[in-house]
Write a protein that binds this ligand. Structure first.
Ligand code: ADP
Length: 263
């Protein structure tokens, strides 16, 4: 399961890169093809036409290649739906427990009820799995991992601390481990894609950057507090849905645009 996750992280990163590049490249090729086509009637000599025909063929081949790259880079479409985060965590905890092994205790605590957020289920599960694997790696000799789900109303004072957050109701996912913690340098860079302290071939450095992307795309916030040799707490704020007082004051951002659209 871990190998699968690592693989999917890499595929997603590669997909984003190739998707973006292929898209831009395709736009350039469209210009090349279009201009070659306009040149055709201006050429009198057979030899010139032959050169042009070859150039057009090459541009067509290039377009086919970028189409393949685009298909490869296109990610699974996201399916945001109303998900009760508490129930999802409960249903997922057995798998997380097995992932953690015998020396790490998993505690889950679902505070209150109705923890509905608009998310893609498998993305949320992936995020939880990433955090759980990081926690496991931080506790090689055992410890405990606490997963807490609660509802938080952020008033405007609080939201001011996080300028990107609007006041309103949030589902708060708190993941706390009793592991080795992070130095300030590591904490500051932890969300960077490809940043890892686990060594080449062990870590991809993509787990937290994906968690970050997932949360941001939903209009949420993610925050790390950590103390060396004490442990790490990661807080994820996801905009809640179904709260009458906030519903109409906030626009919920939907799935991000799939790469590969034409301009
Ligand atoms: P990876 O796990 O592949 O290294 P991540 O992006 O998930 O990539 O994490 C980046 C780095 O952040 C890790 O290499 C590690 O140094 C640090 N880190 C992440 N989670 C924790 C944690 N729970 N405790 C201590 N350090 C952590």
């Amino acid at each position: 399961i871990e190998e699968e996750l690592r693989q999917s992280q890499k595929m997603e990163a590669v997909g984003q890169l190739t998707g973006g590049l292929a898209h831009d490249f395709n736009n350039l090729l469209t210009v090349v093809s279009g201009n070659l086509e306009m040149l055709a009637p201006l050429l009198a000599e057979d030899e010139q036409r032959e050169l042009l025909r070859e150039a057009q063929e090459a541009a067509d081949d290039g377009a086919k290649l970028t189409a393949q790259l685009l298909a490869f880079g296109r990610r699974q479409p996201l399916k945001p739906e109303s998900v009760d985060v508490g129930s999802l965590v409960s249903g997922f905890s057995e798998l997380l427990r097995r992932t953690l092994g015998e020396t790490i205790e998993l505690r889950t605590s679902i505070k209150g009820n109705s923890h509905t957020a608009l998310v893609d289920k498998s993305q949320l599960q992936n995020a939880l799995l990433n955090l759980t694997l990081n926690a496991r790696d931080a506790m090689p000799t055992g410890g405990s991992l606490t997963l807490e789900i609660s509802r938080e109303r952020l008033d405007s004072d609080y939201a001011q601390m996080f300028p990107e957050l609007r006041p309103g109701d949030y589902i708060l996912i708190t993941v706390t481990d009793t592991g080795k913690g992070m130095s300030e340098e590591v904490r500051a860079r932890a969300f960077e894609p490809f940043f890892t302290t686990k060594g080449v071939g062990v870590g991809t450095g993509l787990g937290l950057s994906m968690v970050y992307g997932f949360v941001k795309q939903l209009g949420g916030h993610v925050q790390i507090s950590s103390e060396l040799d004490k442990g790490t707490t990661i807080r994820i704020y996801l905009p809640g849905v179904g709260f009458a007082s906030v519903q109409n004051s906030r626009k919920t951002s939907s799935a991000e645009e799939a790469p590969g659209g034409t301009e």
